[in-house]
Design a protein around this ligand. Structure first.
Ligand code: NI
Length: 277
């Protein structure tokens, strides 16, 4: 058995065959969490989960790259979070790599095409504001968080460590599609996070040090499909079935058996996503 802890069958790429794609994975013993990136895809993730009696779950959240397009109404996400199939909040986080096209240099004119344009600093602040609202919701609902971070580890670690101070950050979560250094991983582990890896680890240029050093009982596997298709299917659309290639590569890099990696990563997922019975 395997657990694809981060999939997007709720995205357009699977519009016509999400049901068949999920069934293929379930038949192979693979469970799935479909992760939302805004209110619409979050609702779709819940709707897909409702179609299966077991093995398909949902996470609801607003992706940092979408904070300009959607005015966050946290109450809407709170409603979704109460659904029995919603096992986490995500994906949420900070992304300074994919800042929207509309950014203007600091201090430049503020309007384009009749729309108010934010500076990079304003966008980063908005991402942090949204993330904090979801961290508070995580405390309130006791749901773990699925965190996306790109080119923003220093700010994210700082924010999480400060959030930790007054209340104790026991909501726990996972750093999804992790590509940081082991030093960064270590700080997330100290904050109670698991570390999750995608098909990127099967690519030739992948530097395996962080994965090699992270203990197996802190690791989960995921596809992030339709993106990041692992070898040997690179170039095709990714799907939950292919999480097997990620787990095999974890086994190879960590010098463990595939069965052991499958068993422990699945246990880790069940420990983190406690709403799964
Ligand atoms: Ni994703």
């Amino acid at each position: 058995m395997l657990f694809d802890t981060h999939a997007h069958l709720n995205f357009e790429a699977f519009e016509n065959d999400w049901r068949e794609t999920a069934k293929r994975a379930l038949l192979a013993g693979i469970k799935i969490i479909n992760v939302g990136s805004n209110l619409e895809t979050s609702k779709k993730a819940v709707a897909i989960a409702e179609e299966f009696s077991e093995g398909v779950y949902a996470a609801v959240g607003l992706h940092p790259s979408e904070v300009q397009e959607e005015q966050l109404d946290i109450k809407e996400y709170k409603k979704l979070a109460a659904h029995p199939k919603v096992v986490a909040l995500g994906e949420i986080g900070l992304d300074y790599y994919r800042l929207p096209d509309t950014i203007r240099p600091e201090g430049a004119g503020g309007v384009a095409d009749g729309k108010q344009i934010k500076t990079p600093t304003e966008i980063k602040n908005l991402q942090k504001e949204v993330l904090l609202k979801f961290l508070k919701l995580s405390e309130e609902t006791k749901l773990p968080v699925i965190v996306h971070c790109r080119d923003a580890h220093a700010d994210l670690i700082d924010l999480l460590e400060k959030f930790d101070k007054p209340k104790g950050f026991d909501a726990r979560g996972v750093m999804h599609c992790f590509s940081g250094s082991f030093e960064e991983a270590r700080r997330y582990l100290n904050l109670g996070f698991l570390i999750s890896f995608t098909g990127i680890i099967t690519f030739a240029h992948f530097e395996g040090e962080t994965l090699a050093k992270t203990p197996l009982n802190k690791i989960m596997v995921e596809t992030d499909c339709p993106y990041l298709t692992p070898e040997p299917h690179r170039g095709k659309r990714n799907e939950p079935l292919f999480v097997e290639f990620v787990a095999k590569e974890v086994a190879r890099i960590k010098n463990e058996s595939y069965e052991e990696v499958a068993r422990v990563t699945t246990e880790n997922a069940k420990r983190l996503f406690q709403k799964i019975k």
